[in-house]
Design a protein around this ligand. Structure first.
Ligand SMILES: Cc1cc2nc3c(=O)[nH]c(=O)nc-3n(C[C@H](O)[C@H](O)[C@H](O)COP(=O)(O)OP(=O)(O)OC[C@H]3O[C@@H](n4cnc5c(N)ncnc54)[C@H](O)[C@@H]3O)c2cc1C
Length: 352
């Protein structure tokens, strides 16, 4: 296996990697996807499939399986609280039933296992060497405790916000990236907040980005985010206290706590799409919409990269130039979403 020449190697099995894998496999190309975690892997996410994500999913993969859905199965919309007494509702779709509410572990695993690509999990991409006409990808397999090397024509970084491929490809660009830390708890419990909505609390006393609350399979999930290096827990404590006193939140057993990092590429419109035969998709390229909606642009950028690379391989087109052109509207929409988000919130939503 280590000596096969792949057309494309994809680092990461999130929606961007899965969509790219699907598009490339459909074009008849030989694709390997490398994932650092064992599958199905946990992903910190509210797991709301917005209309565009649902449409892309159904078009390219089919109906989301029942196993991915949680209770409540569909969410009515986002409820944004300007303070604990005042809110505005943003319905997911005016005439439909609502947005699918899913566990990312199940949804993402279904996507990647239906992508048609070969998959290696438990294997971390550590670096690569670009030789112009081919790329070698260096990885470490945790279970085998061994370094592995694979060769491909194109490498696709689909590793989310913290991308090894981007770090190695563009160290200068990386120096200018600013980071936030997000954290959330999953509790058994009860509260008066409507479980059919995803709730966002915009007051700065609850977090530097915004604080959120939602219910999945009776778990009460709430979290917040601050600049990297800042103290998150005082914000979380103030937020939890407000949820308890205003919304009757009662926390039982703590089932999970999770954290992750994100960056300001999206809100600043600083996309990094790649260099030569190495392309970036999804959050690793900067695709993330306001309020942290990122599945739709992960799927679309993955599909655009697949189209560009397929044409690169089949007709010698410049894949990066084509990918840049294909993502023009998506990039503009991402930037518009942040402007709109700031207008709705009445402040900068990513003050890093
Ligand atoms: C708290 C929170 C809530 C959110 N809620 C929503 C929501 O409700 N709806 C929505 O649309 N979006 C939401 N998002 C955003 C969404 O989760 C992301 O935008 C989306 O997952 C990005 O997809 P991706 O494919 O780019 O990356 P990811 O989904 O992050 O996938 C990257 C994959 O790459 C793997 N990987 C990383 N490094 C390596 C490596 N070196 N080698 C191999 N594999 C590697 C990771 O393990 C992971 O599996 C939320 C985000 C957060 C933080």
């Amino acid at each position: 296996m280590e000596h096969t020449l792949y057309d494309v190697i994809i680092s990461g099995t999130g929606p961007s990697g899965a969509a790219a894998a699907r598009g490339l496999s459909n074009a008849g190309l030989k694709v390997l996807v490398i994932e650092k975690n064992r599958l199905p892997r946990y992903k910190m996410c509210s797991g709301i499939i917005f209309k565009k994500s649902q449409d892309l999913t159904e078009k390219h993969f089919g109906q989301i399986p029942d196993t991915a859905y949680v209770k409540p199965r569909l969410l009515s919309g986002v409820r944004l609280w300007s303070d604990p007494e005042r809110f505005a509702d943003w319905p997911f779709n005016k005439n439909g039933d609502g947005a699918p509410n899913i566990w990312r572990s199940e949804y993402d695993n279904w996507l990647i296992t239906h992508s048609g690509a070969e998959i290696i999990d438990g294997c971390t991409v550590k670096g690569f060497n670009d030789f112009g006409n081919h790329v070698t990808v260096e990885c470490y397999h945790t279970a085998y405790k061994k370094t592995m090397s694979f060769t491909c024509k194109y490498l696709l970084g689909a590793e989310g916000s913290k991308s090894v491929v981007r770090e190695k490809l563009a160290p200068e660009f990386e120096k200018g990236v600013k980071w936030f830390v997000a954290y959330q708890n999953y509790y058994e419990g009860a509260s008066d907040l409507d479980p059919n909505f995803y709730h966002g609390f915009l007051e700065l006393q609850y977090g530097e980005v915004y604080a959120w609350f939602n219910i999945k399979d009776n778990l009460h999930i709430f979290g917040t985010a601050v600049k990297l290096g800042g103290k998150l827990h005082p914000y979380l404590a103030t937020y939890q206290k407000m949820l308890e006193t205003r919304f009757g939140l009662k926390t039982g057993r703590l089932i999970r706590k999770a954290g992750c990092m994100g960056n300001d590429m999206c809100s600043k419109g600083r996309f990094y799409l790649g260099k030569g035969n190495i392309l970036l998709v999804g959050e690793s390229a900067g695709f993330l919409n306001a309020f942290g909606e990122g599945i739709s642009c992960a799927l679309s950028s993955g599909l655009f990269a697949a189209e560009a690379i397929s044409k690169g391989i089949k007709s010698g087109a410049d894949a990066l130039a084509l990918y840049t052109e294909l993502t023009r509207v998506e990039r503009r929409q991402t930037q518009i979403s942040w402007k709109l988000g700031s207008k709705i919130a009445g402040r900068d939503l990513m003050p890093l």
